[in-house]
Ligand binder design. Sequence first.
Ligand SMILES: NC(=O)c1ccc[n+]([C@@H]2O[C@H](COP(=O)([O-])OP(=O)(O)OC[C@H]3O[C@@H](n4cnc5c(N)ncnc54)[C@H](O)[C@@H]3O)[C@@H](O)[C@H]2O)c1
Length: 369
Amino acid sequence: MAAQVRLGIVGAGYMGMEHAHGFRLLPDVQIAAVCDRDAAAAERLAAATGHQPRICTRWEELVTQPDLDGIIITVPNFLHHPVAEAALKAGKHVLLEKPLATTVEGAHAVLKAAETSGRQVQIGLVYRYSHLYNKMAEILADGQFGPVTMLWCKEFRASFPPNPWFYSQEASGGSLVEKNCHHFDLFNWFAGSRPKKVFAMGGQHVIRQGQPTEVGWWYVQQDGAEPLTVTDSQVIDNAWVTVEYENDARANLGLCLYLRPNNLAEEGLEIGLIGETGAQMVAYANKKIGLSGGPFGDLRYIVPDRDTFSPWHIGGQRERTEFLETCRTGKKPWADLQIAYDSLLVALAAERSIKEERVVYLSEVSGHA
Ligand SMILES: NC(=O)c1ccc[n+]([C@@H]2O[C@H](COP(=O)([O-])OP(=O)(O)OC[C@H]3O[C@@H](n4cnc5c(N)ncnc54)[C@H](O)[C@@H]3O)[C@@H](O)[C@H]2O)c1
């Protein structure tokens, strides 16, 4: 029998609950403590774990509790860096929801704290654990694409959830940091090269600053969430982002955050790529892969096994299983700090490119030439 792992969760919102439900299904783990500044939310999370954890409302109190092996951080993005840094300093392994931080300074602070403490940080870049995207990586590794030269992502969806922090540039880091660090990470993974520079254009078409707009309509419809009207959204609701890699690959991401009620088109979220051999591969709606051209010939579809649990966050259960192993052995996780840092740099460069209306080199954002 594996040694039991004792965990604490900070943040009892949507993602905190998702992790509570997921860990409850896994053996040899106990959620021993939970925290949210909203005591009622913390109580709900405690009940969802099924483990009768201790409850607190201050994260500073939770991360230092001596019997915890690991901390799961599911608070709004601007809190990722201070909570992760404190947890690492207290000697805990960390499962930190994406993005790594909202600023490059915050990211550097977490990297430094991890290095000093010798503890591991796993980032919730959950696609890294999904059967679907791992199948794409496996097909690429066969070599029949040659170098990947073009990549794209269509992230056309409904608005963010009806929680005010998503609409604050400072709290969320901006839409491209909050949402698309996932997709920039897929680009980085499949391009097999380091991102070099970014050009982006974006703005507000529907959810506009100074105009009262009801947001979160999909969550209201799906989960019965309370509707929210925002009047001062600072974040973009649409963008086109182009990323160029050191190996001359180019990637393009389109973001729309105002489809109603959501993306109901058959292809859904679309992630595609082309290789030098003329082959093309496209993942549709987190469900199936279309493979055609080059050595593959006519279009065929591959449907990888569905990931267990987490229909919306494919790979979530494998992500949690790896975190338990990291807590037991200290093993470096697959979704580590480096990949989180690289995806954050692309997102920060894209946010800056929109603001400054110019091409932004990642070296400008990282401060490393
Ligand atoms: N991996 C994924 O695919 C995925 C999906 C959704 C969200 N997320 C990430 O998870 C994180 C949380 O998102 P969410 O949708 O659950 O947000 P949420 O707003 O539903 O939950 C955040 C929770 O944090 C609590 N909180 C805020 N400030 C706090 C503080 N100072 N101390 C303690 N608790 C505090 C809030 O009360 C709330 O309960 C975000 O970083 C988000 O980017 C990741």
